[in-house]
Design a protein around this ligand. Sequence first.
Ligand code: SF4
Length: 387
Amino acid sequence: MNLGVYIQVPFCQTKCTYCNFHTGVVAADRYAPYAFAVQAEIANHRDLYASSGIPESQIQNAVVDTVYFGGGTPSLLDPGHLRGILDAIRRTFTCEFAEVTLEADPETVTAGKAAAWADAGINRVSFGVQSFSDLELKSSGRMHRREDVYRAASILRAAGLHNLSFDLIIGLPHQTAATWRNSLDELVALTPEHVSIYMLEVDEGSRLGRELLSLGTKYSAPAVPTDDQMADSYDLACSLLSVAGFNHYEISNWAKPGRASRHNLKYWRREPYLGFGAGAHSFSGSTRWANVHDSAQYVAALESGYLPAEQIEAVSVKQAQEEEIFLGLRQLNGINLDQIEPAYAASLSEKFVTLQSAGLIEREGNIVRLAPKKLSISNEVFVELLS
Ligand code: SF4
């Protein structure tokens, strides 16, 4: 069995206005103790799981084939610390690394770091590009500018890192149909192997989200595009990326042939992964758990020799079945009722009848998938399925 390892690095240089992640801006001298705590968690995970009541039996003989450094901004860490974490994984697990991804912000990339990343075994870099418009980047509190993306991409290619993923965000303040089109065109011209496109999330978890919900004017909230404009932007991305040779394989993800994210596919396929670091989530196949979000608490716990896991939950059969549907439907190939129904001794066809007649779902035999023209409103499908 293959296993994914996720490393959470919850530090950023500033807080972007739209960010609803549990990340913090801390002094750089906090990075090293954090990296050592992550290494300790990896090295001692068996004992730590045992003392926390986490069953590890299903993953004991698994082979780690993917590693993903996410955040936050993992590229802020000293490359030596990233290597130290990878070495801890190599020492602790049977490893056959096929994909080792580092999330990076363009302005943090230097030739020295890129060479050290490649040398440590990182072979894929996921960039938070977000936009090619400096006005959009500035108003969202991003540290980088358009030029940094070009500079960083060329540094990475020169260092031999040829599996690059670029993220864009639909719905940043000041985004217009023209600037969005330009961001897509510039992205395609830079020939990344993979693209992720996310819609702005409006919730209480970000400063911009709170401003939008209270109809305020801070953070350029009045310049955020409407829902209809965002849906049009998503549809444009689907058609332009398809023409450019990308395969749309998940609601928010496109890849050149053979370049789909092997690590992220594990999440949607309900394959096991272990998360290390503050706020990291894990799934053993039957149990889910997460570490405490606060990085200082996390480091203190590991230094005292215990695992700061705060939500340990055995996944019930009903939850597993729901996850199969929701995570499965995120993938454009859809779900196969011939596999899911016998596995859960359930008849699911009924669930999809109304959605199919509303044109939100397509059905081909026992394959069910989201209707391609309705992907931008996929949340409505998920809400309906839960009701
Ligand atoms: S860089 Fe990413 S994780 Fe950090 S504040 Fe910005 S959006 Fe959030």
